[in-house]
Design a protein around this ligand. Sequence first.
Ligand SMILES: *Cc1c(COP(=O)(O)O)cnc(C)c1O
Length: 246
Amino acid sequence: MSETYIRENLEQIEKRIQAACDRSGRAREEVLLIAVSKTKPASMVREAMEAGIRDFGENKVQELCEKAEEIKEFSGQPADRPGAELLNWHLIGHLQRNKVKYVADKARLIHSVDSLRLAEEIQKEAEKKDCHVDILMEVNIGDEESKSGVAKEEAIGLVRAVAPLSRVHIKGLMAIAPVAAEPEESRPYFREMARLRDEIRLMELPGVEMRELSMGMTGDFEVAIEEGATMVRVGTAIFGGRNYNR
Ligand SMILES: *Cc1c(COP(=O)(O)O)cnc(C)c1O
């Protein structure tokens, strides 16, 4: 695993992000690239760090915590600036309530909140740790049984219910488009997400910001940017394919 290939992949992706921004009249700064490092070792996270990436996405609480801990120990980092503060860890996978306690003060952003009970658990842990937690509401935009996320029709109700939780700050919405053969097939779902985000933003609910739109992965991030994504979550195109059987 040479360092150059992650760096080169990132250069290519950067060009594609820039081109998608140009096509849609958006500024590059409006889109955050989150490097999805799930199943990949901390050494590869460091390679991406050296190429300038500061935001990493993990699916599992344990893996996120382990890598955050490991990266703290990388040499070349000033001792007074531990890795956890240098990097932003994004929890992008499904979160169980009994795992909230491990991640509440480690994740920069939890992308996958999809129930009031989960949000209440986050509130409880944030009170204990005297912190606040930034979250996105995950919407099951393709209405797929296999996916988590709140149903589109219930998203506004859930945002209303979570908004009063003082330590849970709602920043926007997240979605995973249904698996598709062509990136264009994701477009209607992304467009619907942007519409929903705008609809909720216009409601100006206290405690709700609704600026962020986390959508788009290796197969469809350019379309997502064209439709208004503010965060794209890219794994395979940066780190290569994943082997879950190791
Ligand atoms: C794995 C994963 C990604 C990245 O997928 P790639 O296709 O490898 O880019 C993005 N978002 C979520 C929620 C994921 O689980």
